[in-house]
Design a binder for this molecule. Structure first.
Ligand code: DI6
Ligand code: FE
Length: 413
């Protein structure tokens, strides 16, 4: 993005008026302010409230009228696998003919086929494809995005994918957080040697971290991926570097992964269809966020629902994300995830919106965003709807929106 095609930015303190605010500032409720306004200075919010209560000394030097739009915090997509080459549409056809996701993976397809395509692509092509996907997410209100590696599965290729993610964060009006998911699948060169591969991953982490490429470490703890003992070794390597961990846990079976991750103070456990009561209790004690991924549940035609009532009862914060990836969730629509979380998982529209704002931020260890309040980052979205519940209601409609990230509104494209 060059300066010449950016929308002119008001300098000093900007009053964003004519807003109907869903601040999500309190632990429950929309935090609704009917005739609301936000004041920003640089990338921060300095004041939020009813327009009639704007302090005289707010120091406003510019005004933007949002025309009565509903304004929410910027969306946080806290779980994506955005950097890869190729697609898996042929695998989709195979699954429709009866082959299971697990069977395809065991036969060397699945994640491994994306690994082959990703290794064969050059870095510029990986960047161009990932950039297009990131811009599609942004056009639906995403201001903070997590991107996992996990389709390189060799030091050089994991590094390349993480570099692409970092470059997206530098070049696009988005905050990008990177997660190293080298323990995603066993690459072919390590066939039958999963423990050796985990040893290798543990030696890569310090190198990737030293290059500034890693904000968190994730693993896929599953029958078709890594055991809890192997996952533990990856987590120990992360802990030695002071890196927070997350886990793909209990997606296809109960491996006790969530309790293991919670013992490492995990930021989040993700998927969780097969999560046990013990796993829930461990997550509640550790303050670990439950990231639900309805896109993968839908696309793999899963039938076992994540234990939403028990998570609520235990007070575990619930986040939602697209899980964008070519195999199990090829969607670029966070709003569709809101709808699916309500229809499939019975979340309320308010819980769903919290899932992609305040709780999504927490799943990334970010406490400076996800709500509209003074002192937080000026990331917000003005939507062409009458009430925020419509964001979860109308699926596939892409309401018009204006996205402000770090106090700046950039064109959506
Ligand atoms: N679980 C998922 O849903 C994605 N990764 C994971 O561990 C799917 C990745 C893929 O199929 O390419
Ligand atoms: Fe995933």
């Amino acid at each position: 993005m060059t300066d010449t095609d950016a929308i002119p930015q008001p300098a000093g303190r900007t009053l964003w008026r004519g807003a109907r605010l869903a601040t999500l500032a309190d632990p429950a409720g929309w935090g609704w302010i009917e005739r609301g306004a936000i004041v920003t200075a640089g990338d921060a919010i300095t004041w939020v409230g009813a327009e009639s209560e704007l302090p005289r000394d707010a120091g406003v030097t510019a005004e933007v009228d949002l025309g009565g739009a509903v304004v929410t915090p910027g969306l946080v997509d806290c779980h994506t696998h955005l950097v890869y080459a190729g697609d898996r549409a042929a695998e989709f056809e195979l699954r429709l003919q009866g082959a299971s996701y697990e069977a395809i993976a065991r036969a060397g397809g699945g994640i491994r086929s994306t690994v082959a395509a990703t290794r064969a692509a050059d870095e510029a092509a990986l960047f161009a494809a990932a950039r297009r996907r990131a811009l599609a997410l942004r056009a639906e209100g995403v201001t903070t995005l997590e991107i996992k590696s996990g389709y390189g599965l060799a030091l050089e290729h994991e590094a390349r994918c993480l570099r692409v993610a970092r470059r997206l964060g530098r070049e696009l009006p988005l905050t990008v957080r990177t997660t190293c998911l080298a323990a995603h699948a066993l690459p072919p060169e390590f066939d039958g040697r999963a423990d050796d591969y985990v040893d290798a991953v543990c030696t890569w982490l310090p190198v990737l971290h030293a290059d500034g490429l890693v904000d968190a470490v994730d693993a896929f703890c599953e029958r078709i991926a890594f055991t809890p003992a192997q996952t533990r070794r990856v987590f120990e390597a992360a802990r030695a570097l002071g890196l927070p961990v997350k886990l793909h846990a209990e997606q296809l079976s109960d491996q006790g992964g969530a309790a293991l991750a919670a013992a490492f103070g995990a930021l989040s456990c993700d998927h969780l269809e097969y999560l046990s009561d013990a796993g829930i209790a461990a997550m509640a004690r550790a303050g670990t966020v439950a990231v639900l991924l309805p896109g993968a549940f839908y696309f793999l035609r899963e039938t076992k629902l994540p234990p939403v009532d028990a998570l609520r009862a235990a007070g575990v914060p619930i986040a939602l994300a697209t899980d964008h990836n070519p195999g199990s969730s090829p969607t670029l629509s966070p709003l569709l995830m809101l709808n699916m979380a309500c229809t499939l998982f019975r979340l309320t529209p308010e819980e769903a919106l919290r899932g992609v704002t305040v709780h999504g931020a927490r799943a990334l260890g970010l406490h400076d965003r996800g709500r509209l309040a003074a002192g937080l980052r000026a990331d917000f979205v003005a939507w062409g709807v009458e009430h925020p519940r419509e964001l979860a209601y109308a699926f596939g409609q892409r309401p018009a929106c204006r996205v402000v990230q770090g106090g700046r509104e950039e064109p959506l494209r």
